[in-house]
Design a protein around this ligand. Structure first.
Ligand SMILES: Nc1ncnc2c1ncn2[C@@H]1O[C@H](COP(=O)(O)OP(=O)(O)OP(=O)(O)O)[C@@H](O)[C@H]1O
Ligand SMILES: [Mg+2]
Length: 151
């Protein structure tokens, strides 16, 4: 695991957009962090890096939002899920194991059904503009991507 302290929103965005530039089809990015930590801010920049042109901040009740980019972006926000069984209402496996890249806000709420491997990004609130962002990879391929992102 590697943690970085950022001191403003732009630094979070730079990390997001850089990751968006290096991800590959099938990649899974799990975002963890409290309300207002910066998960959507990170995702928005990630979308930009992925060349998504029509990103809109989705209403909180939208669990899945799909975007066209360099590769398709499937943006999940599962905050409203009370039971992981509710995920059966969407064909999530088609997305998790598809050719796009999945970004999952509040991924810990659906831990049981997450794919085996993913990049885990935890954003912790430190101060009004300061955050600590911790990156973790579950396999070697994701490890290489993180090395490229953080070097
Ligand atoms: N360094 C920073 N990184 C990210 N966001 C920051 C930073 N500094 C300030 N902010 C502000 O913090 C807020 C983060 O909100 P955001 O919607 O991204 O959080 P979130 O984690 O998605 O919350 P939620 O769980 O409610 O969806 C924004 O208003 C953003 O401007
Ligand atoms: Mg959010």
């Amino acid at each position: 695991m590697k943690c970085i302290k950022v001191s403003c929103e732009k630094e979070t965005e730079d990390l997001g957009s850089k990751l968006g530039k290096i991800v590959k089809p099938g990649d899974i990015i799990c975002l963890i962090g409290d309300l207002g930590a910066g998960k959507t801010t990170f995702t928005k920049a990630f979308a930009k890096g992925l060349e998504v042109e029509d990103y809109v901040t989705s209403p909180t009740f939208t669990i899945l939002q799909e975007y066209e980019g360099r590769i398709p972006l499937y943006h999940f926000d599962v905050y409203r899920i009370e039971d992981v069984g509710e995920m059966e209402n969407i064909p999530y496996e088609e997305y998790f194991y598809g050719d796009g890249v999945c970004v999952i806000e509040w991924a810990e709420l659906i831990r049981e059904i997450l794919p085996k491997d993913y990049i885990r990004i935890e954003i912790k609130y430190i101060g009004i503009e300061e955050r600590e962002i911790c990156f973790e990879a579950t396999n070697e391929s994701y490890d290489k991507q993180l090395e490229e992102l953080l070097r």
